[in-house]
Write a protein that binds this ligand. Sequence first.
Ligand code: DND
Ligand code: ATP
Ligand code: MG
Length: 247
Amino acid sequence: MSLADQIAAWIKEQVAQAGVQGGVVGLSGGIDSAVVAGLATRALGPERVTAAILPAHSNPQDVEHAKLAAAAFGLEPLVIDLSRAYDVLRETLPPGSEMADANIKPRLRMIALYHLANTRNALVIGTGNKSEEMVGYFTKYGDGGVDILPIGGLYKHQVVALAREIGVPEPIITKPPSAGLWAGQTDEQEMGITYDELDAILAAIERGDTTGFPPDRVARVERMIATSEHKRRLPPIFEPASAEARR
Ligand SMILES: Nc1ncnc2c1ncn2[C@@H]1O[C@H](COP(=O)(O)OP(=O)(O)OC[C@H]2O[C@@H]([n+]3cccc(C(=O)O)c3)[C@H](O)[C@@H]2O)[C@@H](O)[C@H]1O
Ligand SMILES: Nc1ncnc2c1ncn2[C@@H]1O[C@H](COP(=O)(O)OP(=O)(O)OP(=O)(O)O)[C@@H](O)[C@H]1O
Ligand SMILES: [Mg+2]
């Protein structure tokens, strides 16, 4: 069975196990969400996949690419503009750091996706890949707030190969990965490392042999992994020491 078919079978099984009707995917115009939408459609059929395009002062070209991805897999996307909701929250909250404000966008998308999932009796299908998950390159409870992660076990370069295999439109595959949180943002620039280098170092760390890689670059990636550990765990819970204290 091809990797695409294996992941599709897994998605189908997750949906069946959860006893729900389908899946909801946020379509950004980027490669990860295009791949996940394609795999979800392969698993469930287009009528059981809700593809939501959720711009929040987003680049109009991204919206066009999201529509292109939806069309490639026979999906009729919902377009829900979150710009006004973003503005209201931004004006309601006290002044925040640039990152705090940027993180409002993925967190609003999480609210929108769960609203659709609640209503349609569906799972929120996340789009995080292994490279992003390992270094914590996502917003906690924003794009990180999902029910299942079908490509969470694939490095970015594996997602790119899978995209070609399942027919993601080429302009979506070749443009630089971006979180789209501010104009001109790219993943590689913000992280300070290319996906080629990141994937190679992550794989070396995983197999326990980083021989041949510059020690400072390995140390940097190890730091990214360590400082984002909290994003991959459930919140720590305080447990009272004795049974008596619990009464
Ligand atoms: N040790 C610890 N134990 C428990 N919790 C801890 C913690 N350290 C921080 N925290 C909490 O985590 C918060 C920081 O995490 P978070 O709120 O996520 O914020 P943060 O990691 O600072 O920002 C999100 C990053 O993900 C990137 N991103 C976001 C969305 C999409 C994509 C994409 O690739 O498309 C990328 C974004 O560009 C940015 O670099 C802290 O404010 C604190 O509440
Ligand atoms: N405008 C948007 N509308 C709907 N969902 C979005 C939007 N922007 C981001 N998302 C969701 O957040 C996820 C995280 O973004 P991320 O940039 O990591 O993935 P991507 O855009 O699919 O691919 P790439 O990493 O190549 O940009 C997206 O995959 C998508 O599910
Ligand atoms: Mg993106």
